[in-house]
Design a protein around this ligand. Structure first.
Ligand SMILES: Cc1ncc(COP(=O)(O)O)c(C=O)c1O
Length: 441
């Protein structure tokens, strides 16, 4: 097989290219974001059936790195990265959970959750962070002067970066908006030994600062504007199709904040289609919280330029972003996949998450936004009855325990809890217990 190669190219098509071993995040000519350009001719030279065979055989082992959902497909991520520089915590290979009851109630042929929160740090961010931190390990081994890795975060990126950096022995700095991440998310980077800066601003303010500080120091930027992250996250799409015997569903629904993940989903599907592993292109729906919905506003205006907004506090705090860095990438992806954008109110997202929990999940509020979007798109007839739908469930609900507790206690502001299930408080008395269970038969 021809040796596979990849390099950076400007995603705006201005012609700029660079080596993957250069420290560069944006195109210096036009300021566009970069993408990792693979040698498509060499990838195409391998028949689709051979890619499937290779990926399936690696999927069968739990030994790392082959057993990683990302590195088991390493030719499509960073083909030239030496295996000894891979920093893996066993990311990916997560369940695709069927939701037959909710599907039947909505009139869908199937509804599935790709449970990306069942992951080393509890969110999909692990898929991309393993690639970025592995690349940094390699860069340092080549003598590139990188003192530490840094990111701004709504919680989950900082958790993933801190864990992978700790595993690699690389210092990490995380910029968090004060009081805007859950306690579980805050404690993750603390536990992993990162330098945690809790800043009196929102995510967009943290993002500005981290971009400024990584522009001229030995700090390496780990946010998803760094296209190395996208190369890992695109494997969510690949694994989802693999789970379904390389038959994509009719729709894939994904919550969107900074829009890196939505862009990665499109990249993965594009590659699968180009290389012939899938023959049909699914449609994509991006779901936003109504209180942080710049993409939705742009969509309704026919994708005129993005108007950044002040994102308001939402229960879906991980997508409380008003100025998404990957906006242009996401629009391109939505156009290529006949995509739509939908939004969810606080009540809609909380009730959709609780409804899914009744079927055995423990759904995070961001995934609640995506599930509420499914309900609304079905009701509008955009998603046809009988369609098959997969939702990218982005984090584990345990990271958002306050949201769950508040929901079932009925204390969440602006939420009318339709599925609240508070504990029954009783004296330790047999007849009282029997009375409380009478309706169970
Ligand atoms: C749990 C969760 N869901 C969804 C998102 C949105 O992903 P993106 O910012 O790439 O749009 C994030 C991250 O910001 C997240 O942490």
């Amino acid at each position: 097989m021809t040796a596979l190669k990849a390099h950076y190219a400007c995603s705006e098509g201005c012609g700029f290219t660079a080596s993957l071993w250069d420290v560069v995040y944006r195109c210096p000519k036009c300021e566009g974001l970069l993408e990792v350009a693979h040698d498509e001719a060499a990838l195409r030279a391998v028949p689709a059936a051979e890619w499937k065979r290779r990926f399936e055989s690696r999927f069968a082992t739990s030994r790392l790195p082959d057993g990683s959902g990302v590195w088991g497909k390493r030719e499509w991520a960073l083909p030239e990265l030496p295996v000894e520089d891979i920093v893996s915590l066993g990311e990916g290979r997560v369940p695709l959970k069927p939701m037959p009851r909710m599907a039947a109630e909505l009139g869908l042929s199937s509804l599935m959750l790709k449970e990306c929160g069942v992951s080393p740090t509890g969110s999909f961010k692990d898929w991309g962070m393993t690639v970025l931190v592995s690349a940094v390990k390699h860069l340092r081994s080549r003598g590139t002067p990188i003192r530490a890795v840094a990111c701004a975060s709504t919680g989950d990126t900082s958790a993933a970066l801190s864990a992978y950096a700790a595993a690699a022995g690389i210092p990490a700095v995380v910029f968090l908006p004060k009081n805007k991440v859950s306690l579980a998310q805050l404690v993750q980077p603390i536990a992993n030994g990162a330098r945690v800066l809790s800043l009196d601003t929102d995510f967009d303010g943290c993002m500005k600062l981290v971009q400024a500080v990584t522009a001229d120091t030995g700090l390496y930027l780990a946010n998803s504007m760094n296209s190395l992250r996208i190369e890992g996250q695109k494997m969510i799409a690949v694994e989802l199709c693999q789970d379904l015997g390389w038959e994509p569903p009719d729709w894939i629904v994904i919550p969107g904040g900074n829009l890196g993940n939505a862009s990665a989903l499109g990249r993965g599907l594009d590659l699968l289609h180009t290389l012939g592993l899938i023959t049909r292109r699914p449609r994509i729906a991006v779901a936003q919280a109504q209180r942080a919905n710049p993409l939705l506003r742009s969509f309704r205006g026919g994708f005129q330029e993005l108007t950044p907004m002040q994102a308001e506090a939402t229960l879906a705090s991980a997508i409380q972003i008003g100025n998404p860095v990957s906006y242009r990438r996401a629009v391109k992806m939505l156009r290529a996949f006949d995509g739509v954008v939908e939004e969810a109110t606080e009540s809609e997202l909380a009730n959709a998450a609780a409804r899914a929990d009744r079927e055995g999940t423990f759904t995070c509020p961001q995934t609640g936004v995506a599930l509420a979007a499914v309900e609304k798109l079905v009701a509008q007839g955009v998603m046809a009855k009988g369609a098959s739908v997969a939702v990218v469930a982005t984090a584990h609900g345990l990271k958002f325990a306050d949201f769950k507790v508040g929901y079932h206690r009925g204390t969440l502001a602006d939420v009318k809890a339709a599925h609240a299930n508070p504990p029954v408080e009783l004296p330790a008395d047999l007849s009282a217990v029997r009375a409380a269970l009478k309706d169970l038969g």
